[in-house]
Design a protein around this ligand. Structure first.
Ligand code: PLP
Length: 359
C-alpha cells in the first residue's frame, strides 16, 4: 500500500514517475540494460541528460546568461563550493534564518571575512528578519540566504534588496514549487531530494560571469568551471539514475502545466492546512503569518504526549513521517510538489478527528 509520506526529504515522487522508471528498469529503450547500468557517454544516456537540463531551462525560464549544472555532494557541499567559487573580494554577507542557513554561514567562515547580517535564531527561527540595502557591505562578493527553511517552516516571500551584489540562495526545499525569477539571483542551488529527484543529485543555476573566479585552493570537483560550458555536467560520472528520474519528474511537471500550475496547487494545499490550524484552538503553528512556508508546515498539539500519540495514530492511517525535526519538536507536514491534495485533506481530517477525541 502506498502511504502519504510527509517526510522533509527524501520524500514522495509522483506515482506516474515511479511507474515509468519501473517499466524501463531492466531494458531502457531497447538498450538491453537499465539506466543504472549504462555508460554516461552512451547514445542512450546522453539524450536523457540533455533533456533534463533543457527541461530545467524551459520550466524555470532560465535566461541564456545562466548555466544549469548537475553536481553531487548535496546542498551541504554547496555551503563550501559557493565561497570557494564566488568569494572574489574575500567578503560575503549571510542571513541566518534556520539550521541549514547557519551551517552555510559557518562553513563559509573557513574561507573569508563573513558577516552575519541578521539572524532569527534568538526567536527560534520563527520569522524572516527584515533587511535593507544598507545592511550589506559594499564590497561583499555575494549575499547568501536560505529561501525556504525546511526545519522551521518559514520562507522569504520577498527577496532582500542587495542592489548590485549577487544574491545566492539555497532553494533545496522550494525549488520549482512556485515561479522563480532566476534573473534576480547570482546563483541558486538545490539538493534534488525534496522536489526534483532521488537523493544524490544537486542542481546549481549560476550566472555565467560568476564562473571561473574560484580560489586557487578550490578542489577541481567543486569548481563550477569544471562542469560548465562544453563539459555539460559530464566532466566525470554523473548520478545517471537520479538524472533520469529527475528528467521523468520534469516531463510530468510540464505535462500537468508547469511551475505556475504547480504553484496554484501548492497554494491550495498550504492554505487548507494553515486555515485549519489557525481556526483550531488545539493545533498551533509558531511561524509569523507573513513568513510561512508553503512546503513545510510545523504544528503542535497542546503537549508532547499528545504529539506522540498523534504521530502514532496518523501512521496507522497511512499518514507517515510527521514527526518534527529534533531541533523543532512537535510535528511537521512537508507538502512538496508530489504530495497530492487528497493527502493534505486526509491529514486535516485526521487532525480534526484527533482534536475531537483529545480536546
Ligand atoms: C535538505 C536541505 C539541505 C541539505 O541537503 P543535502 O542534500 O542533504 O546536503 C540544505 N538546505 C536546505 C534548505 C534543505 O532543505
Amino acid at each position: 500500500m502506498r502511504v502519504y509520506n510527509f517526510s522533509a526529504g527524501p520524500t514522495m515522487l509522483p506515482l506516474e514517475v515511479l511507474q515509468e522508471a519501473g517499466t524501463n528498469i531492466e531494458d531502457y529503450n531497447g538498450s538491453g540494460m537499465s539506466v543504472m547500468e549504462m555508460s554516461h557517454r552512451s547514445k542512450w544516456y546522453e539524450p536523457i541528460h540533455n533533456e533534463c537540463i533543457a527541461l530545467v531551462r524551459e520550466l524555470m525560464e532560465v535566461p541564456d546568461n545562466y548555466e544549469v549544472l548537475l553536481v553531487q555532494g548535496g546542498a551541504s557541499q554547496q555551503f563550501a563550493a559557493v565561497p570557494l567559487n564566488l568569494l572574489t573580494t574575500g567578503k560575503a554577507d549571510y542571513i541566518v534564518t534556520g539550521n541549514f542557513a547557519k551551517k552555510a554561514y559557518e562553513e563559509a567562515t573557513k574561507y573569508g571575512d563573513i558577516k552575519l547580517v541578521a539572524t532569527s535564531e534568538p526567536e527560534k527561527y520563527t520569522y524572516i528578519p527584515k533587511t535593507t540595502r544598507a545592511d550589506f557591505r559594499e564590497d561583499a562578493s555575494y549575499v547568501h540566504i536560505t529561501e525556504n527553511n525546511t526545519i522551521f517552516g518559514s520562507k522569504y516571500h520577498t527577496l532582500p534588496d542587495t542592489g548590485n551584489i549577487p544574491l545566492v540562495a539555497d532553494l533545496s526545499s522550494c525549488i520549482m514549487s512556485e515561479y522563480t525569477d532566476v534573473s534576480k539571483y547570482g546563483l541558486i542551488y538545490a539538493g534534488a531530494q525534496k522536489n526534483l529527484a532521488p537523493a544524490g543529485l544537486t542542481m546549481v543555476i549560476v550566472r555565467k560571469d560568476l564562473i571561473g573566479h574560484e580560489m586557487d585552493i578550490c578542489p577541481t570537483m567543486l569548481k563550477y568551471s569544471t562542469q560548465a560550458g562544453k563539459n555539460n555536467s559530464l566532466y566525470n560520472t554523473p548520478p545517471c539514475w537520479c538524472i533520469y528520474v529527475m528528467m521523468l519528474n520534469l516531463r510530468y511537471l510540464k505535462k500537468i502545466g508547469g511551475v505556475k500550475e504547480m504553484e496554484k496547487i501548492n497554494k491550495e494545499k498550504a492554505a487548507m492546512l494553515y486555515d485549519f490550524i489557525d481556526n483550531s484552538s488545539f493545533w498551533t503553528n509558531p511561524v509569523a503569518v507573513e513568513d510561512r512556508s508553503m512546503m513545510n508546515v510545523p504544528f503542535r498539539s497542546p503537549n508532547e504526549e499528545l504529539d506522540a500519540l498523534f504521530i502514532k495514530g496518523a501512521e496507522a492511517e497511512g499518514l507517515v513521517t510527521l514527526k518534527g525535526h529534533r531541533l523543532a519538536g512537535g510535528m511537521r507536514a512537508s507538502i512538496y510538489n508530489a504530495m497530492p491534495v487528497e493527502g493534505v485533506k486526509k491529514l486535516i481530517s485526521y487532525m480534526a478527528q484527533f482534536e475531537k477525541e483529545h480536546k
